[in-house]
Write a protein that binds this ligand. Structure first.
Ligand code: FMN
Length: 304
């Protein structure tokens, strides 16, 4: 069996997830890893200005040139696309890959997406579904890894990780990002992927992945993501009116975005969390349908 794994990772977390997931396949499969990277890669750890300045191009899905890379010309039985959300959107390297000439090689191939996130990945996933649809790939499965700590705790730890590079626990806070037991637990998905790729029975793959806990999703997150991405889209256009990334002309707008985002997260988030919960309680049937949709791999344009 031939498997192709495509990914980008800044900290190595996504590669660890993918390695663990496929570690059970041993010599049953030949696995090609292809890592795509921007010509001018993003920094890690980030400075505050670089980080917030990256938002418009993430949200508006504006690609950057990638370092030269080649997907081998083989008849792959399965493609795994690992990616991370940035600002509720696919990371810029992922968008850049999906619109590249190399991505056309995925046409007609079965693709399983693997998300390595903090916990907000819905809009990003819809954008990835759309890109796979444009390419003509068959999106057959999705597995989501997220930080399972309380939302506010995961915000503090991701800030520590992003700006200092420290993923490890500190005195009062846990490890940042996807927790080590969950990274190691990704092994459980390997045999399910192998079985589907050897039988070609893709219809049953996502239900089987879900039965093993591939996607866990709270209804409040749907509300919060919809609210968040609507504001991000407006701000993205507003900031880009002042030029390209790094242009000092746009810095004052980037700073305004940063202040409003931090206020939204730390001051208003208990209130917006409460109203989101109420919205999900009053419209239970709608939310049941939406949960089923977001856990699945079917694609309808403009859902979010
Ligand atoms: C610029 C930036 C924006 C991010 N935005 C989100 C987000 O909107 N939702 C989310 O769940 N995680 C977000 N994250 C966390 C990433 O999805 C990812 O989990 C983390 O950066 C580690 O990924 P790695 O595999 O590149 O090391 C963001 C990270 C960065 C660097």
């Amino acid at each position: 069996m031939q498997i192709l794994v495509l990914y980008y990772t800044q900290t190595g977390q996504l590669k660890q997830i993918l390695d663990n997931m496929l570690s059970t396949l041993g010599d049953k499969a030949s696995i090609d890893y292809v890592c795509y990277k921007p010509e001018k890669d993003f920094p890690f750890p980030w400075t505050s200005d670089q980080f917030f300045d990256a938002m418009p191009e993430c949200v508006l899905e504006i690609p950057v040139p990638l370092q030269s890379f080649q997907i081998p010309d083989k008849a792959y039985d399965l493609v795994i696309l690992g990616y991370q959300p940035w600002f509720l959107s696919p990371s810029v390297p992922t968008t850049s890959f999906l619109v590249s000439g190399q991505a056309k090689k995925l046409r007609g191939l079965p693709v399983v997406t693997v998300v390595g996130s903090r916990n907000m990945w819905l809009n990003a996933q819809e954008k990835i579904k759309a890109q796979l649809h444009n390419i003509g790939a068959r999106h057959v499965g999705n597995i989501v890894f997220a930080d399972t700590n309380h939302n506010l705790v995961s915000l503090f730890t991701i800030i520590r990780w992003t700006f200092t590079g420290q993923k490890e626990p500190s005195r009062f806070l846990p490890e940042a990002g996807v927790q080590t037991p969950d990274i190691e637990g990704s092994r459980k998905f390997g045999p399910v992927l192998f079985e589907a790729a050897s039988t070609g029975n893709w219809q049953n793959l996502q239900p089987q992945l879900l039965a093993r806990g591939a996607v866990s999703l709270k209804p409040t997150l749907i509300v919060l993501e919809k609210r968040g991405i609507t504001k991000f889209r407006k701000f993205a256009v507003y900031i880009r009116q002042k030029g390209e990334p790094g242009n000092p002309e746009r810095l004052s707008r980037v700073h305004l975005f940063k202040r409003l985002l931090l206020t939204g997260i730390f001051v208003l988030s208990p209130v917006s969390g409460f109203t989101a919960k109420m919205a999900s309680l009053f419209k239970r049937k709608t939310f049941r349908q939406q949960l089923a949709y977001f856990k699945g791999v079917s694609y309808e344009p403009n859902v979010i």
